[in-house]
Design a protein around this ligand. Sequence first.
Ligand SMILES: [Zn+2]
Length: 396
Amino acid sequence: MYELLKQPKPPSSSMISETLGISIRTYRRWFRALKDGNMNIITPPKSMGVKPLNNSSMEELSTFNKFSIIPVIQKYNNYCFANKMDSGISHLFRICNLVNIHPDQLVTGEALNESKKTFIIFEERFRDMFPDITTTERYRKALRRFVKSNNVIIPERDKVLYGGTDSKPVYTRVFLKLNEVKDVAKIINEKCGLNYMYYFILHHEIFARPHTLHGWIPNFHFKSVDVDKKQFEFAECSIFENKQNKQYDKIMLDPIAIKVAKMVNGKKIINEEYKEFERVMSRSLREAYEQIGKIHKGTKYNVGHDGWMWQNKPLYSIRHSATVHWLYRTGFDAMLVSKMGWEKADTLMTHYARIDVANIMQKGVCYYCRPPMTSTDLPLFCSAPHALAYMNGART
Ligand SMILES: [Zn+2]
């Protein structure tokens, strides 16, 4: 037991008791004795509950604990610890477990071919089990790291165990048209009441993360700007995003949202717990999307199809839609829009609203100062002040 506990990153207590065939009580007694004897040991971490995917795998691959104490895995764990790398052992476990292959086979003999074959089989079975999961990137990277740490050379442009990042589906066309924003707001009011409608209206202007906006106490300031000698009111606020640990300043233009902001300023919008709110709001949004024809009831959409986003991420779809609106309001200025909620403009473009080629030909159009001959899905503007003026009914 001392041998196991003196490692820099020892296995968990339950793993140790399993390895040595002792009860957890005996383990605790021995552990205390070692500590009392001033032995140089490290307290093991709590064991993680990583569920196997395949129950008929061989004994050593049947549970995460048993897998973790296979010598080649322990060696790898220490290697990662020493190199400050994320080991991804839970991913590795699921690969070996699902394919029913011992990790030794991935790093000895025909190691490279064996690993590649394993990953191909894993991906096939994994995708069958979880058709909604968009990428197996973390599994691929865990296997890559493990194989490489055992001095197996992976060719630069390997087609199976490549090192790059998977491109994720982009839902360019997931947005609500102006009348659809109003329709969804109305439906949410009917189903869940005023506060939920307020939440929706504000969310569709300031596109914070749902969880952040739920906990947020509105801190709006109302300002005005001159456009062609007329004054128009808009609102500013700031939101702290925990996930990015960053404060974002936001602007609201929609006159209805500004009315709502005045009513809710200084008060939390939703009183229900987040889980409850999320459940009710997601269900109601999904129904609203069905009513306005974005998705059809009973149809299951595949990843990559716009319907998938509306159906599976109803709350995030609001963030998505609002982002597209803001791109249209600012003449597709992704740099500017990303300042209101993304760490990098790249993230906004890859995950939310890649501007498609058609938009190139729309640049320069402004519904306020240079109206187009044929109308577009969303009104387009050269700048936010012109969007604000137009939304308040002004035209040149
Ligand atoms: Zn303009």
